[in-house]
Write a new protein. Structure first.
Length: 327
């Protein structure tokens, strides 16, 4: 048996219930992992509310780290006793022990703690595919400015540091002056408080009127229109979340009028669809974390039993950096 957080219907944080569940043996291509720490992400809110619907009852959570307890037939990259971490479908990380597909589970280097592993996999792999794979048609070169929304969050603080390591000039946005200072301390070249400033006007000012080649946006509805105004001709609008709500329908013709812009909606799970791609991305992430180029900020820790409060704080934008659930 394992303690797990389940939802029986979509709704608010009060729908998160701590229950006992049975855990079986892993089948072919699966492993059983005992968690030491679990990552909290905004996608968990989407699953809870039904923006991304799940069959009920459902255990949510996409990210964790722990020790492999059992290995199913055909799994060769992991063995019993290995330290491991993952960001993976299907949801189910909010628990002590789970059986899950082995494909996206990676051996965790000894130099990286379980807490760091749980805090960085989904967010770090997201930053990796954004800055390394989700690129404007003209590419990115050292010195290029890019705009990154919600830059004081878990993905954002990793992206600030990684962009600096790549020589990019990351323009950060955040909702408070303190969060802007946090982004600057982690490598952002500029920071804009979008609660008090017109970020599109500031981006044009910073870039001498040219705009940026790419906007990385996990906010969605509230930042969409102004983000398009920040792009230079042939620029890329890279949407990877919708914390403020889904982007409403828009006329594709408007992209032509604004300079033949590109739009993409990215998700991590397309990028980690194979064992090979997952491992390659994870190796890149492990290397920059182990080398000290990127520090994973765990700014909030909640016991698994306090998951309702963790969700309330996340939705109220009271969190910075990464948040983990502890066991």
């Amino acid at each position: 048996m394992s303690l797990a957080v389940q939802i029986r219907q979509h709704g608010g944080p009060e729908e998160l219930h701590l229950v006992d569940v049975a855990v079986g043996e892993p089948g072919p291509g699966e492993i059983r992992i005992r968690h030491h720490a679990i990552g909290l992400n905004f996608i968990d809110v989407y699953h809870r509310t039904g923006l991304y619907p799940l069959n009920m009852p459902a255990t949510i959570g996409m990210e964790g780290a722990g020790v492999i307890e059992a290995v199913g037939e055909g799994v060769t990259h992991l063995k019993v006793g290995d330290r491991a971490a993952y960001a993976s479908q299907p949801p189910g990380a909010y628990c002590e022990v789970r059986v899950m597909p082995a494909k996206s589970v990676c051996k965790l280097p000894d130099a990286i703690s379980f807490e760091t592993g749980a805090a960085m996999m989904l967010k770090g792999l997201t930053a990796q595919y954004l800055l390394k794979k989700t690129l404007p048609v003209e590419g990115l070169q050292p010195g290029d400015p890019v705009l990154f929304h919600a830059a004081a969050g878990g993905v954002g603080l990793i992206a600030c540091q990684w962009a600096r390591a790549l020589g990019l000039q990351l323009i950060a946005t955040a909702g408070t002056d303190a969060k802007c200072q946090l982004a600057l301390a982690n490598g952002a070249a500029h920071a804009i408080n979008y609660a008090t400033e017109d970020f599109a006007a500031r981006v044009k000012e910073i870039t001498g009127g040219k705009g940026v080649k790419v906007v990385y946006d996990s906010v969605g509805k509230d930042t969409w229109d102004s983000s398009l105004e920040c792009l230079r001709p042939f620029g890329l609008m890279a949407s990877f979340g919708n914390a403020s709500g889904p982007v409403p329908p828009f006329a594709p013709g408007s992209l032509g009028a604004k300079g033949s812009l590109y739009v993409t909606r990215q998700t991590l799970f397309s990028h980690i669809a194979t064992r090979e791609s997952t491992q390659a991305m994870a190796d890149d992430l492990f290397a920059v974390v182990a080398s000290g180029q990127i520090l994973i900020h765990i700014d909030q820790r909640y016991p698994l039993a306090d998951v309702q409060q963790a969700h309330r704080d996340l939705e109220a934008r009271k969190t910075t950096g990464s948040t983990i659930l502890t066991l």
